[in-house]
Design a protein around this ligand. Structure first.
Ligand SMILES: Cc1ncc(COP(=O)(O)O)c(C=O)c1O
Length: 554
């Protein structure tokens, strides 16, 4: 019989869940299912980490916002901010609910067009539109908001060349009482810059005046600030009409509407975000009050992002290891980190174990998989005992995570959408190495014997400078093997035993029927902890071993 190992006791204060003057912290929770699908099943089927989106929640949020504005304004229109999350399937849901596309770059513009959105249903913002992008937007009748005078001059040149008279709105920076004031985008109202820009558009003779757009800040928790912005923009529209005899085509407010996320500085989780109806009320009552009562209200565009998608997204992750830090605090290493959760810098994301929370929980630091000291998702979160292979659900992560995720140290994971019928489907496959190396090229003089980094078989032509050497070199045995690996990976099919089945043939209305076929995620072995036994340097006890050295639970 082997001798029992000595495990040094760690004494920690159990201060979790106690009351203080701000009440009890509400971030101690458990989550075993997402929209009825077991988290364990999702991770086994589609891999870990895994972004999971709820179509049910997303559609409910869109409808709530649409109704909040429609009740108060006869011509209100939601515009989905692509940068918040431009997964095709997510955008398709927004468009199926009637939203326009709001884009801030030529890439996003092209993505919207690829989704089948016509130019006249695209709002084109952003500070760095190229002449070519502007020309395309003019040709396709997009709703343009100029950010600076250079853009207005460029549009005048495009007008001269094309013989068209493009409609051009401007972005206006107004003082809505938000600190720090956002001033770098658009034209300042109070200094008169905005009026100068409008005069140039109207009197320059080459353009026509479009709308007035104002975006006052981010995660703005005070709906009254939108009321002040709406009042300032309406007063400006009236001034334009008085001086120049033209009326702006629309008023556009957003983004900045807060989601149910929790800022790092807040005590209670997600408690501060006002309902969208409060923003709608503040905006629409200011627009009505600012009108003269005889002319109809200008059409209202509402650019909106995080508040619609944030709590529809969850990141599932797996515990890789547990540790004790030098001060005795418990820490977890998990397979998702700052590479996927840029937003962890300013939000206190909720981290819930995908298993019942029993009586004892302990403050735990959560570190991601990057070999970077800063890769910390939460400094301290109350969690029960967690073991390698167990799952965590991190939320809300629907906004600005997938679009800002990095191919840094780790490849990016799959994204799954759980449909309204509870069926999960891959909407972006997990990346494979070729996604990273595809665009790369190693000059011949740098290639070592056996170097596989030549050119991906799937890589597009490099352009006019590409020569025959490259094409010839890209068909070696290693590429063939890589192609074989990729096809094995993409050949994996869903085993839907634990997942509700019964999806009728063909995509349901509103899903991305135009998506190219998706390859499922890279498989993750079902018995993850057993397949990859934790590293145990000699002399240290396995923290998951029982007193007699056997695993406590597997
Ligand atoms: C021009 C514009 N519109 C809309 C949005 C969406 O903002 P939010 O996600 O805060 O609703 C953004 C985001 O920064 C933006 O830059």
């Amino acid at each position: 019989m082997s001798k029992s190992r000595y495990e040094r006791p760690a004494i920690v204060r159990n201060a979790v869940g106690l009351m203080n003057k701000a009440g009890r912290r509400a971030d101690l929770s458990e989550r075993e299912h997402l929209d009825g699908v077991p988290i364990e099943t999702l991770c086994r089927e589609f891999g870990s980490p895994l972004f999971v989106f709820s179509e049910r929640r997303l559609r409910a949020r869109i409808r709530e916002a649409k109704e909040a504005f429609a009740r108060r304004h006869p011509r209100a229109q939601l515009c989905w901010s692509y940068k918040t999350n431009y997964l095709d399937a997510i955008c398709a849901i927004h468009h199926s609910e009637g939203s326009l596309a709001e884009v801030v770059s030529g890439m996003e513009y092209a993505k919207a067009r690829r989704m089948g959105v016509p130019g006249h249903r695209i709002v084109f913002n952003g500070p760095a539109k190229s002449p070519e992008e502007l020309a395309r937007a003019v040709r396709e009748r997009a709703i343009l908001h100029a950010d600076h005078l250079e853009e207005i001059y460029r549009l005048e040149r495009i007008a001269e060349e094309s013989g068209e008279r493009p409609t051009v709105g401007i972005r206006v920076s107004v003082d809505a009482g938000i600190q720090p004031r956002w001033d770098r985008f658009g034209f300042n109202l109070e200094s008169g810059q905005a009026m100068q820009a409008v005069r140039r558009i109207v009197r320059g003779g080459k353009l026509q005046l479009g709308g007035l757009h104002s975006h006052i800040g981010t995660f703005v928790l005070d709906p009254a600030a939108y009321g002040r912005a709406a009042a300032a923009v309406t007063a400006f529209a009236a001034e334009i009409e008085r001086e120049l005899g033209v009326r702006p085509t629309h008023i556009d407010l957003g983004g900045g509407y807060a989601s149910t996320n929790t800022l790092g500085s807040e005590y209670h989780s997600g408690a501060l975000a006002p309902p969208i109806a409060e923003y709608a009320e503040a905006i629409c009552s200011a627009l009505v009050a600012g009108g003269n009562g005889t002319t109809p209200l200008a059409p209202l565009l509402v650019e909106i992002g995080r508040s619609l998608i944030d709590d529809a997204g969850t990141l599932l992750s797996t515990v890789i290891a547990t540790k004790r830090l030098g001060n005795g605090k418990r820490a977890l290493v998990i397979d998702a980190g700052g590479n996927l959760l840029f937003t962890a810098w300013w939000y206190r994301l909720n981290v819930a174990p995908a298993k019942p929370v029993d009586a004892f929980v302990e403050e735990t630091s959560i570190f991601g998989p990057l070999c970077m000291n800063i890769d910390c998702i939460r400094e301290s979160v109350a969690l029960p005992d967690m073991r390698p292979g167990e799952r965590l659900a991190i939320s809300p992560v629907g906004a600005y995570t997938v679009t800002q995720s990095m191919q840094f140290i780790q490849l990016r994971p799959a994204c799954v959408l759980i449909g309204e019928d509870g069926v999960p489907e891959v909407i972006r496959r997990a990346e494979v190495l070729e996604d990273l190396t595809g665009p790369e090229r190693v000059p011949e003089r740098l290639r070592q014997p056996g170097c596989a980094a030549v050119a991906s078989p799937a890589a597009p032509a490099l352009g006019p400078e590409a020569d025959g050497r490259l094409a010839a070199a890209s068909t070696g045995p290693i590429e063939a093997q890589a192609a074989g690996d990729a096809s094995r990976e993409t050949g994996r099919r869903r085993t839907s035993d634990a997942i509700p089945s019964g999806r009728p043939a063909g995509p349901p209305p509103g899903t991305a029927s135009s998506l190219p076929p998706l390859s499922p995620a890279v498989p993750v072995p079902g018995a993850w902890p057993a397949a990859a036994a934790p590293f145990r340097p000699g002399g240290l006890a396995d923290p998951h071993a029982g007193r007699n050295g056997t695993a406590r639970r597997e």
